[in-house]
Ligand binder design. Structure first.
Ligand code: KIV
Length: 298
């Protein structure tokens, strides 16, 4: 029997109890099962997959079908984490109907427990309709990567009083619209602290300082797989890029030298072999039953 997943109510009570929330991204079942077992509360199937999985320079080429494919894989791999499916660029802004359809598919086909949308007061009505339909929503304000061209690049937002005030108003509008949590990305820590103190729902920060109710990082970044991508807000907790490179080059060396595979990595065929010998006393038909040749599947 599968374990109970972390719910929106569990996450709300973490804020009330002053317990930090841990979120990180996941894009496939293997990573999801590892991160879930490590005790990550929320797995975000972020549209950052456009950059770290698909190799684009922005998240804009990611489609809803791409997101559904990865969200379903993460759902199959996780057992307790709360799974958030990101709604990608323009999949929720054309009409409320479009947004409802996208959010519905994220739960029905992706197996997500909630959806995330980027935007503030401009999407409050859409958020309200999705929440009214029974689908929990995570907001996302500050540096919103889907608006990279409108922002003139991936730039810290809310550095002046006016834009900081706008982000706070956006966050409040999202809370009023029914969001159960909000991602604060790329804003000064003082602004994030103000927003966090002014909301009853948890804030999850990335590049927003330590006063948020939780923190999120892209899994490939925190595991040290992202090469030269070293923004100020990032801390790497492993050096998997080096370890993977070392392991792969050792594999290549051993294959080329013939030292892999060894006998212990090889299967042995019972006699008579598939390939006939010339031996005159062995005229039985060759063994073709795969179980006898390779053993039964584990
Ligand atoms: O797409 C994503 O991974 C995100 C996080 C960085 C918050 O939105």
């Amino acid at each position: 029997m599968s374990k109970r997943s972390i719910t929106t109510l569990d996450l709300l009570s973490k804020k009330q109890n002053g317990e930090k929330i841990v979120m990180c991204t996941a894009y496939d079942a293997t990573f999801a099962s590892i991160l879930d077992a490590a005790g990550i509360d929320m797995l975000l199937v972020g549209d950052s997959l456009g950059m770290v999985i698909q190799g684009h320079s922005t998240t804009l080429p990611v489609t809803l079908d791409h997101m559904l494919y990865h969200t379903a894989a993460v759902s199959r791999g996780a057992s307790t984490a709360h799974i958030v499916g990101d709604l990608p660029f323009m999949s929720y802004r054309i009409s409320v109907e479009q947004a409802l359809t996208a959010a519905t598919r994220m739960l029905q086909e992706g197996g997500a427990h909630s959806v995330k949308l980027e935007g503030g007061q401009d999407i409050a009505n859409t958020v309200e309709q999705i929440v009214t339909a029974g689908i929990p929503v995570v907001g996302h304000v500050g540096l919103t990567p889907q608006s990279v061209h409108a922002m003139g690049g991936f730039k810290v937002q809310g550095r002046d009083v006016e834009s900081a005030r706008r982000i706070l108003d956006d966050a409040k509008a999202l809370q009023d619209a029914g969001c159960f949590s909000i991602v604060l990305e790329g804003i000064p820590m003082e602004v994030a602290a103000d927003i966090t103190a002014n909301l009853s729902i948890p804030t999850i920060g990335i590049g927003a300082g330590k006063h948020c109710d939780g923190q999120v990082l892209v899994c490939y970044d925190l595991l040290g797989m992202s090469g030269d991508f070293k923004p100020k807000f990032l801390k790497t907790y492993a050096s998997l890029r080096e370890q993977i490179t070392d392991a792969a080059s050792q594999f290549a060396t051993e294959v080329k030298s013939g030292s892999f595979p060894e006998d212990k990595h090889s299967f042995h065929a019972p006699k008579p072999h598939l390939v006939r010998t010339n031996s005159s006393d062995d005229d039985s038909p060759p063994e073709t039953d795969p179980e006898k040749l390779y053993g039964s599947p584990a």
